[in-house]
Write a protein that binds this ligand. Sequence first.
Ligand code: SF4
Length: 153
Amino acid sequence: MAIEMLAKPAGAWCPECKPGRGCQSYENRPAECRSFNCLWLIDQRFGPHWKPNKSKLVLTTSQDGIEIRCDPGFPDAWRREPIRSEITRLAVSGEEHDVTVLVIIGAKMMLVAPDREFDLGVVGPHQRIVRELEGKRVIGATVVTASDLDERM
Ligand code: SF4
């Protein structure tokens, strides 16, 4: 994830991170890092197989729903069972409650619906995902620029 205070873009190593040893400035880490909560730690729905170092996935929330961040070195990690079936169940529940389930692999994003996946390709920081709904059912998804979206609203 991007860390604004460190000018760290998404997908890049943090200069404070020493692989295998962790954060070298943990006591003085930025507020963005302090306020971050990995969903796996705080949401009991996700069992031990979701632990990031095993699953190669990090779970976070956004304004719209759940984000499943996949290690780009293991781009199919989210398709392994039982995780893939659990993601489908999240999508079923998400559709009912207007919550999105997004898989993020590097800069690429995939919106997961109960019965299909919408491959959105690379989605930039100034772009937004717009879902097309039929009732509660997601039948399409497109990527638009944030400014275009603001004009439509
Ligand atoms: S916790 Fe430390 S290593 Fe991790 S992003 Fe923040 S400053 Fe970097």
